[in-house]
Design a protein around this ligand. Structure first.
Ligand code: ASP
Length: 471
């Protein structure tokens, strides 16, 4: 190792030790013939004293060899503030241009930060957020492991099905004219895993949806904590999630206060009547970001009226699924599975709400082929559209267990848990508001050769003009 210690490690007890530290110069000041520096890495900061006038600059990546000495003027604001390193040698590992913006300034345009995200990620605040993200996901994995869940990765190149959002599509080179789709969620695979007998599944899963940016939604891609279980009732699913989140807050976020340790189960009709929304903010003090009020919303209607967004369902049909088309209607309402009465049907959908935001949703699934067909009919699927789900209906003919699950929007949940105003503060390399990754400049134009290889001809005027320019 180039270092003996990290920049957050040394204390009074290390007085006199010979050490080597590596990191970035966070601050540098020359006073007379002495150079004072603060060296930073992801573990913390340490003051360095060099007995000469140096030309070292902020941002340089260096290696310091020297001795730990007790500081006379202890800096109470730094965990390492009791000591400093008197350097006898400094190696410049690499130089740095001046920073393109003041890292700690509040007034930097977000797009500039996002273009240089690798520098922006040096900020304490965001480093802490990513560290907390890691800790929280790690804790959740541990909890699910303890409860006998298996994490299974599902495919990223899959099939376009009319599941709810617009798909990102990927051309196949090997099968000209055919396309994969990136998964909107692992929904169908996790249901197939239930047929396979993996009765407790979870996955930290990337989900890709070609949607416009909306507040508190990262455009294009996000991560879900995806869960599915067999041989369960709705309450069993809510219980598992609730148990994990109560423990998580107590162990990892001890400064946060839970409004409820048993999360209320509220009926959709009641919350709409009482709060005018299906994601109510139940905090006692609405201005307190350290208060966490989780609740469950249940007894949703199975269908809502179709809107213009529901372009993929049968044109002119009245009904769209409130959650998704695999959601099980309440048994007592099965008699209403017809166009006229479908609005009366309640379902086994459950939404997970935190401080006024929907952070997750799921349901008990339909595992009866006939009910599934009826739901497809009511949302107006054509024969062809139904065929797109053939694999699922076929799988259900081989001893499908009753099952259900949920998925949580991890980025959004983390944003609220960490009290951040924007979802981008908890994502390492987020897209900007226009769905552009400014670091690598994606999406980007692709060379003609590559397009040809993928059997793609561009027709849109704008793109073909850019193609010509490329040539
Ligand atoms: N796949 C669903 C979603 O992404 C969640 C679920 O029903 O488990 O919303």
């Amino acid at each position: 190792m180039l270092r003996t210690h990290t920049c957050g490690e040394l204390r009074k007890k290390d007085n006199g030790k010979k050490v080597q530290l590596t990191g970035w110069i966070d601050r540098v000041r020359v006073v007379g013939k002495t150079t004072f520096m603060v060296l930073k890495d992801r573990y913390g900061r340490t003051q360095i004293i060099l007995d000469e006038k140096s030309k070292l600059k902020r941002g340089y990546c260096i290696k310091v060899s020297g001795k730990v000495v007790k500081r006379k003027d202890v800096n109470k604001n730094m965990p390492t503030g009791d000591i400093e390193i008197v350097a006898d040698k400094i190696d410049v590992l690499s130089k740095s241009k001046p920073m393109p913006f003041e890292l700690d300034s509040e007034n930097v345009a977000e797009d500039l930060r996002l273009k240089y995200r690798y520098l922006d990620l040096r900020r304490d605040k965001i480093q802490n957020n990513l560290m907390m993200r890691h800790k929280i996901i790690n804790f959740i994995r541990g909890e699910f492991d303890d409860k006998d869940f298996v994490e299974i990765s599902t495919p990223l190149l899959t099939k376009s099905t009319p599941e709810g959002a617009r798909d990102f599509i990927v051309p196949s080179r090997i099968h000209p004219g055919k396309f994969y789709a990136l998964p909107q969620s692992p929904q169908q695979y996790k249901q197939l895993l239930m047929v396979a007998g993996f009765d407790k599944y979870y996955q930290v899963a990337p989900c890709l949806r070609d949607e416009d940016a909306r507040a508190h939604r990262s455009p294009g891609e996000f991560y879900q904590l995806d869960v599915e279980m067999s041989f369960v009732e709705q309450e069993d699913i809510l219980d598992v999630i609730e148990n994990v989140f109560v423990k998580l807050v107590k162990k990892i976020l001890p400064n946060k206060k839970l409004t409820f340790t048993k999360f209320p189960r509220l009926k959709y009709d009641d919350v709409i009547k009482k709060y005018g929304t299906d994601s109510p903010d139940l905090r006692k003090d609405k201005n307190n970001p350290d208060e966490l009020a989780f609740c469950w919303i249940v007894d949703f209607p199975l269908f809502t009226k179709q809107s213009e967004d529901d372009y993929f369902y049968g044109a002119g049909k009245k009904w769209a699924p409130s959650h998704h088309m695999f959601t099980m209607p309440k048994e007592k309402d099965l008699k209403y599975l017809n166009t006229k009465d479908a609005g009366k049907i309640k379902s086994y959908q459950h939404d997970f709400v935190l401080n006024g935001y929907e952070i997750g949703g799921g349901s008990i699934r339909i595992h009866d082929k006939e009910i599934q067909e009826k739901v497809f009919d009511l949302i107006g699927f054509t024969k062809e559209q139904k065929k797109e789900f053939k694999h699922l209906l076929e799988a259900f003919e081989y001893g499908v267990p009753p099952h259900g699950g949920i998925a949580l929007g991890l980025d959004r949940a983390l944003m609220i848990l960490l009290g951040e105003p924007s979802i981008r503060e908890v994502i390492a390399f987020p897209k900007n508001k226009n769905a552009v990754d400014l670091v690598v400049d994606a999406p980007s134009i692709i060379p003609n050769e590559q397009l040809k290889d993928a059997n793609i001809t561009l027709v849109s005027k704008k793109s073909s003009e850019s193609q010509k320019r490329e040539k």
